[in-house]
Write a protein that binds this ligand. Structure first.
Ligand code: ADP
Ligand code: MG
Length: 642
């Protein structure tokens, strides 16, 4: 109705302006006022567009309300992925008759009263628009009763119109049924995805809430089938109950308390990482959030422990004084802002690193990280200009040991290399054992006649950021990934040892005791023979503990624990993700663990040796996992870049 009126009045004034300019001033005032308040049902429907996008949004809002009402038992029942029914039954406080009615009004909430409250929100909800929005686009029935009141209230609302409100006998708490979502907005209804997709979204919401309140009981019933029945308990139990028994072994506890924030939760061991995103959870003051930057902080702690495209599991709870956050930046509230994001980043990264370290998943990187709140060294890739030399963080114990490794390896190599050139060493001993390679790339055949890329025997080598090497070639230039090159070298060396049954081991003066869990111990005994050929020797002490007596010559004394544990972790990862022959797996795992890492300083001479040794391998072009070790840029290609 008002649309028609609007057109007429615009039309009239336009006409008037065109033909009677003299009376313009007089008639500038509209003939009739045109602005009206939207009817509640329409306003709510518009608001619902933001709050209720799909059945999962309703699940989230209702479950959050139940949590806010202090319920300790919350049941979710859905039919047809929530398209026909979403029901949440809780044993929380319930509502009085007036509150029950009020709860469906827009901007009606019991959770905040003043602007100040906005800055100290501790409840999940606070906007007071969920129930009003849901009731605008569905058929809602609510039964609720407060403790101490004899009768409860039942309210039925459809498309914002109250159909029924009366007294009823019902249990304490609230039972809210949402039927036929979007029954009055066909466009939205048609927009919903398949039941499988919508159910996935519902389960995601359920996971988030169930994770953030392990002390509460939850159940989920879909089409009369019970999908989850979660009893109150510890967070670790909740994780296992939600994601499966295999999670029992993969959880590393994470705990860090600073005056600014505290963090607790679990991170997954690297080898359990998945190729798909999804099991990464951040909660800030128990509210699930997505935070790209913080995700990056966690990933930075896993760096080099998981492949770049893998996603480790994590459930991390951040507790922070609400004055430091703004949760109001997004209507569906999964994004928040921290006033000092950099501080949070640094603490999260340090906490995860510590968790991975204390669980012996990786060598102890900055264990004793002292966070300086004024000056954070962020691992951002800052562009560096020539006047600003790149500064690397101080070497970690791992890097230092890597370096020693390399120095040792080169010493060995240098000897072999020169002897070989003098014709003293015959590399091909009689083959004692054939090794089958699952990956073509690693099949050791005769060394293919590789091109002689360089003009000189020892081309000048430029190290870039202690990670890449650049050299001039006959036709242009070569760019080498140093770590991958070292992996190739070590891999072939280890394979050769297992093949020729010629290990060589350095015996330790003081055996090193390592505690293993039973599955790792099992694994170790399975591969004992092969790793024995590389130089590892150990004796069993106790049930699953070992004393390491000997290590491969390539392993620096002092790092035997981290190398052996790293080897096991990498072996398991390879086993889970790639079907490898066990010898190839061992060689690849140990090569990966003992390779020279980015950031490690090597001398010119060491680089020179590395290159020479690389081109003595049978497959210098590829790392054991198939990644290219180097790339060639021809002169023409270089010219075409500019
Ligand atoms: P908000 O949660 O943002 O306050 P809602 O529209 O979700 O807004 O709910 C409005 C009010 O209704 C809440 O503030 C609360 O007082 C009441 N309410 C909603 N659900 C429940 C429940 N399950 N148990 C008790 N009270 C509830
Ligand atoms: Mg709410």
């Amino acid at each position: 109705m008002f649309e028609i009126r609007l057109q007429i009045s615009v039309f009239t004034s336009k006409k008037f302006i065109t033909f009677n300019p003299i009376f313009q001033t007089l008639l500038r005032f509209p003939v009739k006022d045109i602005i009206q308040l939207l009817p509640d049902s329409l306003a709510n429907q518009i608001a619902a567009g933001e709050v209720v996008q799909r059945p999962a949004s309703v699940v989230k809002e209702l479950m959050e309300n139940a949590v806010d009402a202090g319920a300790i038992q919350i049941q979710l029942v859905v039919k047809e992925a929530g398209k026909t029914l979403i029901q949440v039954i809780d044993n929380g406080t319930g509502m009085s008759e007036t509150d029950a009615r009020m709860s469906f009004e827009r901007h009606a909430t019991s959770k905040i009263k003043t602007t100040d409250d906005l800055f100290s929100i501790r409840t999940m909800g606070f906007r007071g628009e969920a129930l009003a929005s849901i009731a605008a686009v569905a058929q809602v029935e609510m039964k609720t009763r407060r403790e101490g009141e004899e009768l409860g209230t039942i309210i039925k609302i459809e498309g914002s119109h109250t159909k029924v409100q009366e007294a009823i006998t019902c249990p304490v708490g609230t039972n809210l049924c949402v039927r036929n979502l979007f029954f009055n907005v066909p466009a939205r209804r048609n927009f919903l995805k398949s039941n499988a997709v919508e159910m996935r979204h519902i389960i995601d919401e359920f996971h988030r809430i169930a994770l953030s309140y392990p002390e509460k009981g939850f159940s989920l019933i879909h089409n009369d089938t019970e999908i989850y029945k979660l009893t109150p308990g510890k967070l670790s139990h909740r994780i296992v109950a939600l994601f499966g028994k295999t999670y029992r072994e993969q959880l590393a506890a994470c705990q860090e308390d600073t005056p600014f924030i505290s963090i607790h939760g679990y991170v997954g061991k690297p080898e359990f990482s998945k190729k798909t995103r999804g099991e990464q959870f951040f909660f800030v003051n128990n509210r699930f959030i997505r935070h790209h930057y913080l995700h990056h902080a966690v990933m930075s702690a896993y760096e080099s422990l998981v492949p770049e495209d893998a996603f480790p599991f994590y459930v991390l709870f951040i507790e922070i004084n609400p004055v430091h956050i703004d949760i109001n930046v997004h209507p569906t509230k999964t994004e928040i802002k921290f006033d000092d994001e950099r501080a949070v980043y640094a603490i999260v990264a340090a906490a995860v690193r510590k968790a991975l370290g204390t669980n012996n998943l990786m060598p102890s990187l900055d264990f004793e990280v002292k966070v300086n709140f004024d000056d954070f060294l962020l691992p951002k890739n800052k562009p560096t200009t020539p006047s600003q030399p790149v500064s690397y963080p101080q070497k970690t114990p791992l890097e230092k040991s890597n370096q020693q490794n390399w120095q040792k390896l080169y010493a060995d190599f240098q000897e072999a290399f020169f002897k070989e050139n003098e014709g003293v060493i015959q590399t091909t001993e009689p083959v004692a054992e054939e090794i089958t390679f699952s990956s073509k790339i690693n099949t050791i055949g005769e060394k293919s006649e590789s091109d002689n890329y360089f003009e000189e025997e020892s081309p000048e080598i430029f190290a870039i950021h202690n990670r890449f090497l650049v050299m001039q070639t006959k036709t242009g230039m070569m760019l080498i990934d140093r770590q991958l090159a070292s992996e190739r070298i070590l891999f072939e060396r280890f394979i050769e040892k297992m093949r020729n049954l010629t290990g060589g081991s350095q015996q330790l003066l003081f055996p090193v005791t390592i505690e293993l869990n039973s599955s790792d111990y099992e694994l170790l005994t399975e591969i004992e023979e092969e790793i024995g050929l590389l130089g590892f020797s150990f004796t069993q002490i106790g049930k699953t503990n070992i004393a390491v007596n000997g290590i491969p010559p390539e392993v620096t004394p002092g790092t035997e624990k981290q190398m052996l544990e790293g080897l096991l972790e990498q072996y398991k990862w390879n086993q889970a993700h790639l079907k490898l022959d066990s010898k190839e797996n061992i060689a690849r795992s140990l090569a990966r663990k003992s390779s020279v890492k980015a950031g490690t300083f090597l001398s010119d001479q060491e680089h020179d040796m590395l290159i020479k040794q690389l081109f003595l391998t049978r497959k210098p072009n590829y790392a054991p996992d198939g990644k290219p070790v180097f790339t060639l840029l021809t002169f023409d290609k270089l010219v075409s870049l500019f």
